[in-house]
Write a protein that binds this ligand. Sequence first.
Ligand code: PYC
Length: 412
Amino acid sequence: MSLKLLKQALNTAAPLPRMWRARELKDHYDVVIIGGGAHGLACAYYLAKDHGITDVAVLEKSYIGSGGSGRNTTIIRSNYLTPEGVRFYDESVKLYEEMAAELDFNVMFSQRGHLTLAHTDAAVRTMRRRAEVNRLQGVDSRLIWPDEIKRLCPPIDISDHPRYPIQAALYHPPGGVIRHDAVVWGYAAQADAGGVHLHQQTRVTGLQMEGGRVVGVETHRGRIGAGIVLNATAGWATTIADMAGVRLPITTFPLQACVTEPLKPFLDVIIVSGSLHVYVSQSDRGELVMGAAVDPFASYALRGSLSFIEGIAGHMLELFPSFAPARIMRLWAGLCDMTPDYSPIMGFTPVEGFLVDVGWGTYGFKAAPVSGKRMAELIASGQTPDLLRPFRLSRFAEHDLVGEKGAASVGH
Ligand code: PYC
């Protein structure tokens, strides 16, 4: 425990300082960011820190981190399939590695290694290709075989008894897990310290347009003028974009996840099976954090379902028969905005002043630092950074897609 924390704990008379303040809503900001998740907060933080742009508001309709940032299964990795994706997520992993020092907040990043299992010849070929692409970009990934998988993960069943025996895995040592709400709180605290206004419980009801550009945001608390508006929402990305008359190629699906009761630590790698549609890691509280494929229908439901529990339990037990006695304690869903190529959309839109950081599917949390940093650079310079160019909205009209389905981890 740090000395600062110990002094605070012993000093019961002085209330703990708030990590960010509630401020008056001003009638104009240079930049208004819609969405108080890790992406919106990271962008606000980097605008202030890297570019001295502090006249910034983050509008969140609920509490910060209440969307995908607080609902994901906290996996960080950069073992993607396309060179564009690998380069982009690799910068994010590097920013995550420095985050605790950068934000002066313990985000509990644990780089314990990430294994994507292959159960078919076709999956082995895809993993081999991913390993090659990763290594060409300087990212640590390699194909490993069942004996090494068993050494890294003793409880896994590598026998030929399961319906889909394990043939190989893509091993990515830098992959890890992190405390997701600490990331949100760390960015929020430092954005606030940099002068950014965080407005929770502030719902956007419309955008104001003048002469083909966006000039303001209507909220249920009143109108705010804005130089730039960034849509950094998930689930409501198309709703907000519609307000500016911008059509996004996005469909929203729920992704469910669950945790078991806490167990003694026994699983210190992350295991993903794209074929069985399951992934699992053990949290520092001992819970098994598990998820599956997105629901097979578009919806905005945030609750878990019995069919999800039945499916995940069956598939998980094929990999880990010893999980059988573990009880599932909680389940929930998050909203995943899927694009046709399973890559996000970042940058300018045809409407002047209206920018997007959307379409994050099932991989948004792991990209928050890099998208925040590079979107801040784009806003400050008016130029699209090289790392973001492949993910521009116009790629769909230009037939220049970035196909990442083979690395999405989760079935879609
Ligand atoms: O892309 O690593 C991933 C992931 C895990 C769970 C959902 N997406």
